[in-house]
Design a protein around this ligand. Structure first.
Ligand code: ADP
Ligand code: MG
Length: 457
């Protein structure tokens, strides 16, 4: 009976959460003690515990209520089979907790789906907020400008042009502006795209004679990320020039990012360059030591982990030029600690980094990435570039795309063609999916770490 309740709950959760998260977090959970309204859920490790506690507890509680439990309280317990088999005994479930029908969750689910799709039409990722953006001397100017734009879009700093090296927070900050506007001024239409999407949609519009300009002109805030990819694409630049003028004349806010200032983007037409320089051009510098420590502290505690200051300082000293890499090192440490069941201590961090550092010379090729990824997952090279869509092949293929981006910084169209895909949006989706997965699933992080290590050996 008890496990039936939990089965029903799981069945409903499966409808609500992304498949990969369900597999990683929920599949192996079991019901532990059930004492009146107190529900104990047995989980595999503290990583899963932290994720469930932080992100899914409310959902679990809601579903328990729907299944007849009054004012339930949930606690997560790490599987103690190895240590203490007795503690797994479960108590009886009282009669009134009989599972109820499963029809109602569908309604709930429909509501969730609509909510999600309206979010995605803005192109924004809700994860990037001002709250989670750490401000320091390297980015406070950009942060203040972003705040000003958010309060009064289109009024000043138009366009806002942000530039910096990779992994220093451009995407995060631009999306934070978008997310904040969507929340505080819901009547305004916000659209976030990368310049690669803009280029692709423009070319498709020509090829298939589709309407193009209304999507981009019918907005109040247009955010274009990684504008440098427009270099050399004259027709697209011309189209963007018109879009820009149209929006600017109507006081619509334009926000642009690039890996370098307008004057250094090669083959940018002069008139577009001068437009970009009309508003405010701001760079984000490399973060100083304090900021790097603050980022690590914040991100670790968001994962439910408190790190020693010595560990934080060690990581902060090891990654000075790229916050994505800093975050990556932290995630590796946390994943390693979880999977091996050791503390994320200074020693562990040093051990992990020794591996990475010693093996970092950059002469990895595109082909090696694909071959080593296929080999790691024990599938053939033919399969990884084939049209096959079974899970055992799709996941390695997506990981290969992710690595081509993270290690070699290839463009999406190039990544797609390396894996024999026609459409570069396949690469975008694959990479986004793996990025999400990495946050949730320690096993996939391990896979990626292992492949990286093999690549740099
Ligand atoms: P860019 O677009 O400049 O390459 P991103 O915005 O993608 O960089 O940032 C890389 C990663 O670092 C993201 O996960 C982002 O959330 C994180 N990050 C960057 N800057 C900050 C910051 N100031 N505070 C917290 N996280 C940050
Ligand atoms: Mg970016």
């Amino acid at each position: 009976m008890e496990q039936t309740l939990w089965h029903n709950v799981l069945g409903e959760i499966e409808l609500l959460v992304p498949k990969a998260s369900f597999e990683a977090l929920f599949r192996e959970t079991k019901l532990g003690r059930l004492n009146g309204s107190q529900v104990e859920i047995i989980v595999g490790n503290i990583f899963i515990e932290a994720q469930l506690e932080r992100r899914w507890k409310k959902t679990i509680l809601d579903i328990l209520v729907k299944n007849g439990l009054k004012n339930p309280e949930v606690s997560f317990v790490i599987d103690s089979r190895k240590r203490d088999p007795v503690s797994r005994e479960v108590t009886r479930l009282s009669e009134q907790t009989t599972p109820t029908s499963v029809a109602s969750p569908l309604v709930h689910r429909a509501a969730q789906v609509t909510k999600r799709s309206s979010q995605s039409s803005t192109g924004l990722n809700p994860r990037y907020t001002f709250d989670s953006f750490i401000v320091g001397s390297s980015n406070d100017f950009a942060y203040s400008a972003a705040q000003a734009v958010t309060k009064d879009p289109g009024a000043k700093y138009n366009p806002l042009f942000l530039y910096s090296g990779v992994g220093l927070g451009k995407t995060h900050l631009m999306q934070a502006i978008g997310n904040e506007i969507v929340t505080t001024q819901p009547n305004l239409r916000v659209l976030y795209v990368t310049s690669e999407t803009f280029i692709k949609e423009f070319l498709d519009a020509i090829r298939f004679k589709k309407d193009f300009s209304s999507k981009y002109r019918d907005v109040d805030v247009l955010i274009i990320d990684d504008m440098q990819f427009i270099a050399g694409k004259e027709k697209t630049q011309e189209e963007f020039f018109h879009t820009f003028n149209d929006l600017h004349q109507r006081n619509k806010q334009i926000i642009i990012s690039s890996d370098r200032p307008p004057k250094d983007i090669p083959t940018l037409t002069e008139r577009l360059r001068s437009r970009f320089e009309w508003g405010m051009t701001i760079d984000i510098q490399m973060p100083d030591f304090e900021t790097r420590c603050a980022i690590l502290d914040t991100k670790a505690s968001a994962s439910g982990v408190q790190l020693d200051q010595s560990t934080v300082q060690f990581l902060a000293n090891s990654f000075r030029t790229n916050i994505r890499e800093l975050e990556g090192a932290l995630n590796n440490l946390l994943a390693y600690a979880e999977v091996r069941n050791v503390p994320p201590s200074l020693e562990t961090a040093k051990g992990l980094l020794a591996n990475v550092k010693a093996t970092r010379p950059r002469h990895v090729t595109t082909r090696q990435v694909v071959i080593k990824t296929a080999a790691h997952f024990q599938i053939s090279l033919e399969d990884i570039v084939s049209p096959k869509r079974s899970r055992e092949i799709v996941i390695p293929r997506q990981v290969a795309m992710y690595l081509l981006r993270s290690e070699l910084h290839l463009s999406f169209p190039k990544i797609a063609s390396e894996l024999n895909r026609k459409d570069h949006t396949t690469a975008i989706h694959a990479i986004e999916k793996i990025e999400k997965e990495i946050k949730l699933n320690p096993l996939i992080r391990e896979d990626i770490n292992t492949i990286r290590q093999v690549l740099y050996q």
